[in-house]
Design a protein around this ligand. Sequence first.
Ligand code: SF4
Ligand code: SF4
Ligand code: FES
Length: 521
Amino acid sequence: MAKVTIDGTEVEVQEGINIVEAAKAADVHVPHFCYHPSLSVVGQCRMCLVEVEGMPKLQAGCSTTVKDGMKIHVYNEKVDKARKGQMEFLLINHPLDCPICDKAGECPLQDYAFNYGSVESRYGEFKRTYPGMDRTSIGPHVVQNMNRCIHCTRCIRFTQEITGTSELAFFKRGAATEVGVFPDTPLDNWMSACVTDVCPTGALTTREFRFENRVWNLDSTESVCNGCDVGCNIFIGHRNGQVFRYRPRVNPEVNDHWLCDYGRFSYERYETDRVVVPKVRTDDYLGISTWGEALDAIETALRGASVTVIASANMTNEEAFLAGKLFGEHLKAKIELTVDPIGPIRMKSRTEWLEGMQGAPNYRGVAAVLGVASQNPAAPSFKITSSDVVYICDAEFSEKAKDPAFIAELRKAKTLIVHAWDATHPLAEAADILLPATTAAEKEGTWTNLQGRVQRIHQAFAPKGQAVADLEIFRRVGAKLFPQAAEFRSADAFDIFKQLRATVPAIQNAPMMEESAAGAW
Ligand code: SF4
Ligand code: SF4
Ligand code: FES
């Protein structure tokens, strides 16, 4: 360990880390553009200059490692002057685009221009521009505006060092240097949109989010991607109950700074008609009902019936717990669990590659809580025809739920009960009792990822219409059928989680991201 003093604060940090990282321990931010904690250090933007006592010139904070006893000045007059000079160089050619740039509001160049930019330019000539390169589609997801580029090479290093695909490079020389893709080699790798996160300007933006919303109008909620079992940590960017984007939330042990394109844009599935009221089939007509009428119909169907329950790897651990109480302990129903195989989707944590191979976030958690793990999770053996009632906990449990032959098989049951949020899903039409459920963005709980890590998802906004989370649906059905049972009096995800933590070994012993990071559950 090394003891260093940063702007008067003494901190103890690991010997050998650079000054930008060491300063974080003293809660001091060193301005920087080209440095990125998960990419190689190139020391080329010179924005991170700091003064180190005993060294004659200012030092680049990204490429200078700390030594015991170092005294570092991040904010003083000398450093300030250097930063102002550096910003003057960068702004000579940068367009005045902030009002029409999607990066505005979360742009390091804009922030540092406020702190270190001059209100007047000493340069009278025209700005350098890259004619025809101000809205270039360089891949399926990424749009480039070369006029905004500050040549930091973060994007180039990302494709070289993380994906290893090297689609991006510098072309031409000197003031004409440009970032581009090679002919016939678009930026089309499975994590391509990460370059828009690492770009410190609006030079690279995603086709999907471009001009959709100003970032300061969006609320941000911490959650987890449900595209696969890696469970990448995300921020949900949303406004008025609509998801506008997912951004990576740094977790060195899972997804570091990254998201795959499939997961990043998977929120687009929520842009559909929603199931907002319960429906009950009467005389072969699926008509709108109240929650009370739907629960009456469920009670009539379930009492004394043989029941097959199809659980879902999209359920939270807490939902699986209440489903287990209702269907396993009280109704003695047969519970099936399946998950679609996908990928593999490769995701890089800080230290290793993970491979997502299941098309849902929580097979491991649901299987552990329900005690129904099978050798081959993708191939359960449904015995539907022998049941009076088939109860589907989530219409999205598998892609095969959209297959007409499979739906015809389900329809052989006397009563088909379905939780669904997508009104265009074939099961929403086929159901005898349809219950309005929520998307993952509208509920609380935990998922267990492929490492066995239990990660929390947060509700970004309230459910649509009369929809409620599966947890509340199980509680309502349980309370209707078993009014004396204490477990159906509350659907508080936190209370249930505490019970899971105390009773289910796979959750008891799981590493908890939030406990270590924020002290929350
Ligand atoms: S496009 Fe962005 S990330 Fe790439 S070199 Fe330019 S400023 Fe840096
Ligand atoms: S690797 Fe899986 S969890 Fe991560 S972003 Fe992609 S789909 Fe989502
Ligand atoms: S961040 Fe250090 S030179 Fe760019």
